[in-house]
Ligand binder design. Structure first.
Ligand code: ZEM
Length: 302
């Protein structure tokens, strides 16, 4: 099985085998429709899977990121920050089972960008070649401590800059990536927060920025964690404290205004920033395969 790990890349780096990648994209599109689950689509949670699989990368420690698919094993699989992502992983299970040569790490990232595109978003660059940890033990030997790196929605601008700075993102890129909150919703049994950000949560658009700029947001009075609420076109919407930080902080707000006014600019910048996200820590060798670097080797890096 290990021999096949990452074979995707060998096949797909040649133009002749491009149809194989297209085939996986088609299979992902087929599982997007999920009647009875949330808003009827697996799309948003697949996007969150690609983001959380990638977003624990550290530039300084040079570990974390999508390569290896560490979220299949503890501690990442039981990290409260990843609560609910087992739904995304199980939506992808049939595709994984039918294509055992495909790495989980490639599938999770490819599914995320396929979902964004299928929900009306931009095309996002994606390269195959990620490999998987073969076992929990291999993951713990290679991964390093990547816990506590994902953002906490209850906090503010300093926290956001710390978390995304660790991955190497600028203010502009942070605001661009945050536009993904046009998709999906918060679940009280996952994050504790509740509700959706925009009226149509399965359509990728710049609505999130337009809504952020409207003076409609009021603290929600409820027993749950502090969040904002407003009713738009008869639909109850929400914002997290970290979302509101993007309009409270003047440097972030400049970009919120640009993306609210120009959806093409948002799509272009989002595509770049998300393309970068799913490449974080994916260090390919000459053959295009991503190596799973040992912790000891990582520790020597700056
Ligand atoms: Zn989210 N996000 N996120 N995010 N996110 C949630 C849901 C989704 C933050 C956050 O705390 C939360 C980015 C950045 C940040 C998506 C994509 C991306 C939820 C709700 C929370 C609490 C989870 C739940 O209860 O199910 C914070 C604090 C962020 C930065 C400051 C970035 C970047 C994303 C992608 C580019 C998506 C698609 C969802 C919806 C998931 C779903 O199941 O519907």
């Amino acid at each position: 099985e290990g021999d096949f790990n990452g074979r995707f890349n060998l096949f797909l780096s040649s133009a002749a085998n491009r149809p194989l990648q297209e085939g996986i994209r088609e299979e992902v599109k087929k599982i997007l429709k999920q009647p009875g689950y949330d808003d009827g689509s697996a799309g948003p949670v697949l996007v969150r899977l690609a983001w959380h699989a990638s977003g624990n990368f550290s530039l300084v420690e040079h570990n974390g990121g999508s390569n290896g698919a560490g979220m299949r094993f503890p501690p990442e699989s039981v990290d409260p920050a990843n609560a609910g992502l087992h739904h995304a992983i199980s939506f992808l299970m049939p595709i994984q089972a039918a294509n055992p040569w495909l790495s989980h790490a490639d599938l999770w990232t490819l599914a995320g960008i396929t979902a964004i595109e299928a929900m009306g978003g931009p095309k996002i660059p994606w390269e195959p070649g990620r490999t998987d940890y073969e076992s929990e033990q291999a993951a713990s030997e290679h991964r390093g401590n990547v816990g506590d790196r994902l953002p906490d929605g209850a906090l503010g601008a300093d926290h956001i800059r710390e978390v995304f700075g660790r991955m190497g993102y600028s203010d502009q890129e942070i605001v661009a990536l945050s536009g993904a909150h046009a998709l999906g919703r918060c679940h009280t049994d996952r994050s504790g927060f509740d509700g959706q950000w925009v009226v149509n949560p399965i359509r990728f658009s710049n609505q999130y920025y337009k809504l952020l700029l409207r003076p409609i947001w009021k603290p929600r009075e409820w027993d749950g964690p502090f969040q904002y609420e407003a009713t738009v076109a008869g639909t109850k919407l929400m914002m997290l404290p970290t979302d509101m930080a993007l309009v409270e902080d003047p440097k972030f707000k400049v970009w919120v205004e640009k993306y609210a006014a120009d959806q093409d600019l948002f799509f272009k910048d989002f595509s770049m920033a998300f393309g970068k996200l799913i490449e974080l820590g994916v260090d390919r060798d000459d053959t295009g395969f991503a190596k799973l670097v040992k912790k000891s080797a990582q520790e020597g890096k700056p």
